[in-house]
Design a protein around this ligand. Sequence first.
Ligand code: FAD
Length: 511
Amino acid sequence: MRDDRTEAGATHDVIVVGSGAGALTGALVAAADGLDTVVLERTPLLGGTSAYSGAACWLPGTQVQERAGLGDSTEAARTYLRALVGDAGADRREAFLRHAPELVARLESDPAVQFVWQAFPDYVAAPGRMDAGRSFVPRALPQEELGDLARLVRPAVDRDRAGRGHPGGPLVQGRALIGRLLLAATRTGNATVRTEHRVTGLITGNGRVTGVEARTPDGTVTVRARHGVLLAAGGFEGDAALRAEYGVPGSAAWSMAPSTATTGDLLRAAVRLGAATDLLDEAWWCPGTQRPDGSAAFTLGLRGGIVVDAAGQRFANESLPYDRMGRALAAARTPAHLVFDSRTGGALPAVTVPPADPAAHLESGVWVKADTLPELAGLIGVPADALTGTVARFNGHAADGTDPDHHRGEDPYDRFFADPRDAPGPNPCLVPLDRPPYYAARVVLSDLGTKGGLRTDARARVLDARGAPIPGLYAAGNTSASFTGRVYPGPGVPIGTAMVFASLAVRDMAL
Ligand code: FAD
């Protein structure tokens, strides 16, 4: 990595704005191709939400699935995406499918970037789905391999929110992905990474984007690009005003992006230049368990409990993939609560990121506990007869092993997280609530980032209102509108698509 300061008026071949998985993939590909590349990151840490993530990459038909003997193929993924999204955005879908295997082969040709398949089912029952999943994750990265660069990688959510660094041991998940891409990019000798550079404006000349303006602790600087500017700076999930303007439900306070990191600076800057936008009310949704400080924890993988609305009724299959459960929550009468019994010893029967400390949640009142269901109903403000009726009906379903109301346990995804030891009945996803005391945890609509943004083409070029590319300007990841529209096809789609379109962007710049 070169020096960490910006000389006023610095010029590079490629500017990459942001430092998530898409941004660093773009930077690595550009730098490995011999282009002088600079990464400008707003915060003191690299990786954004990508560093928080599980780093599942949904990149179908690659050598990773082949090594795992999965029988995945580009054709199967095409069938699946067509079934879910139709042919809107078909040009970007085809670019994604074509480039994914090529990109992964290229990344893995560098020993610093290695992946391994990890079981996690695709999210929707449709032709071409892989029930065991097709996404893969980076191998863990010993911190020694990264050396001093490790301190630049954003830690996991819980440690980051508490202002703590990485624990000992190797970097895993999103930290490993960011660490590996960073390592490979800096080893090329062509990549410079500058933190605390908040890009707020785009510079134009001769009818194209030629650079950016960034605020730094030392004042505003101008950085110029010979070939192009890639905007890969996340969405606008952290900006309450933009959320309100575009009608994004939920709340900036409940979003999972690093606090204050992603506020739509580049969306605003590109729109000022005439860029077109799409899907601005959309996000990668998830249920969030409310935390004592008012934030939320990404909640998935329920293996017990039921979720009830403000009327004390179930409104969805609680084991749905998190984006679909989030959509159900957005349509439900709120507040909603996850109601569970004491068979998990007072712990939430679900995975949460960050993990929940039951005592602190109970003390703050975002969780409540009672010896009887009517008492619990009183504490969460739902009609007592409705809650007791809902639980009695659900317990009957648990005994029968079928859920005629919401079909919980019928899909491979539902069963992925279930533990048959929790359910005495025939359906491992239907665990009765019959062991007092009972608990209720407040559930809110959270997100993993907005997924609407700048309209782009199959080469990741930002388009104007007439559909023409704005020369020199590219976007990937949550800065751009996803070609998957209002569907979240499977684990790793946000990161996988960000990586592919960032790579396609810098490839186009090199032409
Ligand atoms: P980010 O990764 O958020 O990066 C944006 C970066 O741009 C940030 O570092 C930000 O500080 C910087 N930035 C913002 N504004 C500016 C500016 N003006 N100037 C310079 N820099 C700026 N997705 C998957 O695909 N697979 C998973 O396994 C997965 N697991 C997840 C688990 C958790 C707990 C969470 C929270 C999310 C998960 N997601 C996962 C979702 C995924 O992490 C995000 O949707 C995705 O990483 C967003 O990538 P991005 O590049 O668009 O933005």
